[in-house]
Design a protein around this ligand. Structure first.
Ligand SMILES: [Zn+2]
Length: 390
């Protein structure tokens, strides 16, 4: 049940979202750098180096340092240079063949490839152009064109080895005096605990270090849950819940499905409406302090990572549960100001594994084999998140 853990949404944050790079693509030798909003050429500060040029832009880049190795040994490398600046380094012996083109929120970089005859570039120089934030991931990020399969295999192997040092905190919602949502005398807290414990076992078998905020029926405050995750130095935090609609809702019995939420200022109109509706009863509990802690916990890099984690986990849960029930409804990835995610210092999500107000969902949620599918889905999502982003 999410009603009690929503926070009031703060509209003025919407007007100052910082510029950030949200994706990179390469197609036929043209590299697209995709921003969250429209850009202009004046944003890019150009500098010359012996092997080409680089551009600095006041924008955030949360992915790993990435090098595109293009035809004729042209190289384009993107990395966060410091907290506020992203650096795009273009190495080419024929730098005057570079096309620098802006289309709304996309920077398109390509080369006129005729008669380019260049020798091998020295990668040590490029390393020196980035500071210590990104220097430690040089080798694994030299990506060659058209070798996607090899990259995936290498990344998977790499990821398996890295799992042993990755820390996951699972948080079965509610507990003790707090039943959570209840339907037919069944408490949400019982279902979330069971799924949490199974997920822990699965993740441990895949090499993760896993902590769980509770492994029995005890009450833990929302702030203590995130504090636990911070104290454990978790890489990701997953809070597990089951949803329910108010009894007065005309969709009480019919709404079903799986949803995943991540903490944000609820920017989309749909999310804002959901948040407003869900927050209705809790506006009174908002005070200056909680507003402040909410503001402090919004960090755009973590927000982007949480969004990615949410997408992967939602997908994992759907794929796996549909093996048992092909018609499982995809409630989607949503953003919202959740109290339980406020203050977490790592990518954090909240999963709603189904609707207890829906008879069919409630029935499934009590079955061990369905709980297992959800748990495998959460674990697969976490796997994929690390595979793609690290
Ligand atoms: Zn809940």
């Amino acid at each position: 049940m999410i009603k009690s853990i929503f926070l009031f949404f703060i509209p003025f944050l919407l007007f100052c979202s910082p510029l950030k790079i949200i994706d990179l693509k390469e197609n036929n030798g043209a590299v697209s750098i995709i921003f969250n909003k429209n850009i202009q050429s004046s944003y890019f500060k150009k500098h010359k180096i012996s092997t080409g040029i680089y551009y600095d832009i006041k924008a955030e880049y949360t992915l790993k340092k990435y090098t595109f190795r293009l035809k004729n040994e042209n190289f384009i490398t993107i990395a966060q240079n410091n907290k506020t600046t992203t650096r795009i380094v273009i190495q080419s012996k024929k730098i005057n063949t570079l096309n620098f083109e802006i289309k709304k929120n996309i920077l398109l970089l390509s080369f006129n490839v005729k008669n380019s005859n260049v020798s091998k570039q020295n990668n040590s120089e490029i390393s020196n152009l980035f500071n210590s934030i990104t220097e430690n991931n040089n080798n694994s990020n030299i990506i060659q064109k058209n070798k996607t399969q090899n990259i995936k295999q290498a990344a998977r192997k790499d990821a398996e080895q890295k799992n042993t040092t990755r820390i996951v905190v699972l948080d079965p919602g509610h507990g003790g005096k707090d039943c959570g949502a209840n339907s037919n005398k069944i408490c949400e807290k019982t279902i979330t605990l069971s799924i949490g414990k199974i997920t822990k076992k699965i993740l441990e078998s895949r090499g993760y270090k896993v902590f769980i905020t509770r492994d029995s029926d005890k009450y833990i405050s929302l702030t203590d849950r995130t504090k636990f995750a911070n104290d454990k130095n978790a890489d990701v935090f997953v809070s597990i819940h089951a949803n329910s609609l108010p009894k007065s809702s005309k969709n009480y019995h019919t709404t079903s499905g799986i949803e995943t939420y991540f903490l944000s200022t609820a920017r989309s109109e749909r999310a804002r409406k959901v948040a407003e509706l869900e927050n209705k009863d809790d506006i009174e509990v908002m005070n200056y302090f909680s507003k402040l802690s909410f503001l402090n916990s919004i960090n755009s890099q973590r927000l982007l990572a949480s969004n990615k984690l949410a997408i992967d986990v939602q997908y994992g849960m759907l794929v796996n549960t549909r093996k048992l029930y092909s018609k499982t409804i995809d409630g989607g990835v949503r953003e919202g100001p959740f109290w339980v995610l406020v203050g977490a210092l790592m990518p954090s999500i909240l999963v709603e594994v189904g609707y207890m107000s829906n008879d069919s969902d409630l029935d499934k949620l009590q079955k061990k084999n369905y709980q297992e599918k959800l748990a495998i889905g959460i674990a697969d999502g976490i796997d994929n998140y690390f595979l793609k982003n690290f």
